[in-house]
Ligand binder design. Structure first.
Ligand SMILES: [Cu+2]
Length: 98
């Protein structure tokens, strides 16, 4: 189970800071998943846009700080990947940017 949290409660056009937490679905405890990457793309007629995101592990295992920049508001496709002690995995989700 993955929870995505950011201070403002939502993503906004321009620069954003938010946290991603990886938690066990069974125990809800934070899980160290090793290396994490997050990509953001928006497909629109005639062009594809890419968001700039960098992921840094926080001091607490399983918590990752993300600095991101979104060039426009709308619906972004977010691709999250991880690889480490808990195995390798990925998930896609919709990120609404206002
Ligand atoms: Cu766009």
């Amino acid at each position: 189970m993955i929870t995505l949290a950011n201070a403002g409660g939502e993503l906004r056009q321009g620069s954003n800071q938010f946290r991603i937490e990886f938690r066990s679905a069974r125990t809800n405890a934070l899980v160290d998943v090793g290396t994490v990457r997050l990509g953001a793309t928006m497909t629109m007629p005639g062009m594809a846009m890419t968001g700039t995101l960098s992921v840094t592990p926080a001091a607490q295992p399983g918590v990752y700080e993300v600095a991101g920049d979104f060039g426009m508001a709308g619906s972004w496709k977010m691709a999250l990947e991880w690889n480490g002690p808990a195995g390798r995995g990925s998930t896609d989700f919709e990120g609404g940017v206002r």
